[in-house]
Ligand binder design. Structure first.
Ligand code: HEC
Length: 150
């Protein structure tokens, strides 16, 4: 009888300790998830502020490139010069959710003015020097065009 009750107590202890352990594990898991969520929020916030200031620098860089690389010879803000205006370009790129960088790299067809003669003029620029620009420069050009033409 004594043996039985000891066994019972032992079993009861194991059972409760197991239960406690599980509860603790769950608590730990919850805490970990909470921590991760907090971390994610912090990361999100810093990226947003980073991008905000990065974005201004990128736009400024794009604006300079747009002049330096002679884009302004054919593209004005809201009137057609030789090429379509920035406003016309951005309107269509926004509507079609298209990628300017991809076009500048020569990896996407023209969607703004598809007249073959017009496309050839722009294509000469892409083949001539645009394709040699760095990814960073192309991103900057795209950021500037989107900002100015919106
Ligand atoms: C010699 C004139 C000329 C110059 C310089 C020029 N473009 Fe163009 N661009 C055009 C013409 C013409 C079109 C219309 C054809 C077309 O849409 O591809 C065009 C179209 C575009 C389009 C719209 C493409 C589409 O999807 O239809 C973008 C974006 C563009 N140019 C960006 C630039 C940038 C950036 C530069 C400077 C690196 C530049 N262009 C320099 C003449 C020019």
């Amino acid at each position: 009888m004594k043996k039985l009750s000891i066994l019972f107590i032992a079993l009861a202890m194991i059972a409760t300790s197991c239960g406690d352990k599980k509860k603790e594990d769950v608590k730990k898991d919850v805490e970990q998830v909470k921590e991760e969520v907090v971390k994610e929020e912090v990361v999100k916030e810093t990226t947003t502020t980073d991008t905000a200031s990065d974005k201004d620098t990128q736009i400024a860089m794009g604006k300079k490139l747009f002049t330096d690389k002679t884009c302004t010879t054919c593209h004005a803000l809201d009137t057609k010069v030789i090429g379509p205006s920035l406003k016309d370009i951005i309107k269509i790129y926004e509507e079609k959710d298209a990628n300017i960088v991809k076009f500048l790299k020569g990896n996407a067809d023209a969607i703004v003015d598809t007249d073959p003669g017009q496309v050839a003029i722009m294509k000469a620029n892409l083949d001539g020097f645009v394709k040699d620009m760095s990814a960073e420069e192309l991103q900057a050009l795209s950021a500037y065009m989107r900002d100015a033409g919106k």
